[in-house]
Write a protein that binds this ligand. Structure first.
Ligand code: NDP
Length: 279
């Protein structure tokens, strides 16, 4: 019987721990504060931003909200970020992506001070992660590590295959698994013999953005499967990159979608906001 890794419950436990940490900080007069910038009115971004603000309120982090017009110039946005960089009250800065096409996301990310880069996307944060220095870690991969550890799934010495090599999931995930002493393979759309590569994995982490792509043919008997994907199926229902029903009898543990990796991302963002006060 496969273990279903309950991301909602693990997330709830971590949030309780984070609440205790903010209460401790407040006793010492320190209030973590996150600045959240949204540009334009993309409905998905509005949902994400509201969820982040709600999580801040739940944990005791102050959130400062900046809703800027769609047609704001790149320079105006950058100058807002510089202002927040210089504001000692603001400990973390988050710019909700995607941005309108006239604004360079790379430039925006690079303008956020690395000391306040709670998303972990700044090249300095990424570099620190790579060479094992303390810094902010991208929230979704950090959440996957917590899910594995808190579910009692050993990582050291395991064969780990990561399917997907994006900057926000696949690549940092590979570095984190390496840091935890797994033997890591990163597969992608040009990988030859993908099924055979995936079948090597004791831990298979899938982040490709293709609904129900991964079937039992890709999975070694008894593997742990972590499904990062968030997609809509042909009926508009939320689903992952893994065909859950097809693989369930072949795995020893698996994350569901929804309720697996998803809830961890904002929770790890909250964790980064609290870490920001000690940087
Ligand atoms: P990207 O589109 O940035 O990257 C997709 C990666 O998957 C690429 O490296 C691509 O390879 C690879 N890929 C695509 N198709 C195939 C294929 N058929 N076979 C092998 N590899 C393939 O996606 P993200 O990393 O941003 O997101 C991936 C998924 O995770 C999405 O569903 C997204 O919604 C979800 N997500 C969930 C989060 C959460 O909080 N749970 C947070 C972030 C993302 P190549 O490089 O060769 O093109």
């Amino acid at each position: 019987m496969a273990k279903i890794i309950d991301g909602k419950e693990i997330s709830r436990i971590i949030r309780e721990e984070l609440k205790e940490k903010t209460e401790e900080l407040k006793k010492n007069g320190i209030i973590p504060a996150l600045a959240v910038i949204q540009v334009g009115d993309n409905p998905a971004s509005t949902v994400y931003v509201n969820n982040k603000k709600k999580a801040c309120a739940e944990i005791g982090i102050e959130s400062l909200s900046f809703h800027l017009p769609e047609d704001i110039s790149e320079e105006e946005l950058l100058s807002k970020i510089r202002e927040l960089n210089d504001d000692p009250k603001v400990k973390g800065i988050l710019v909700q992506l995607p941005l309108p096409s006239h604004i360079s996301e790379d430039l925006v990310i690079e303008t956020i001070s690395p000391e306040k880069d709670v998303d972990g996307f700044h090249p300095v944060s990424v570099g620190k992660l790579l060479i094992g220095q303390k810094g902010f870690v991208s929230c979704t991969p950090a959440g996957v590590i917590e899910l594995l550890k808190r579910s009692g799934i050993g990582i050291a010495g395991k064969e780990c295959v990561i399917l997907g090599r994006s900057n926000i999931v696949g690549k940092p995930m590979a570095v984190l698994m390496l840091r935890e002493n797994a033997t890591v393979t990163v597969a992608h759309s040009k990988t030859a013999d993908l099924k055979e590569v995936c079948k090597r994995a004791d831990i298979l982490i899938v982040a490709i953005g293709k609904p129900k792509f991964l079937t039992a043919e890709y999975v070694k008997e008894g593997a742990t499967v972590i499904d990062v994907g968030i997609n809509r199926d042909e009926n508009g229902k939320l689903c992952g990159d893994v065909d859950f029903q097809d693989v369930i009898d072949h795995v020893s543990a698996i994350t569901p979608v929804p309720g697996g990796v998803g809830p961890m991302t904002i929770t790890m963002l909250m964790n980064n906001c609290i870490e920001a006060v000690s940087l």
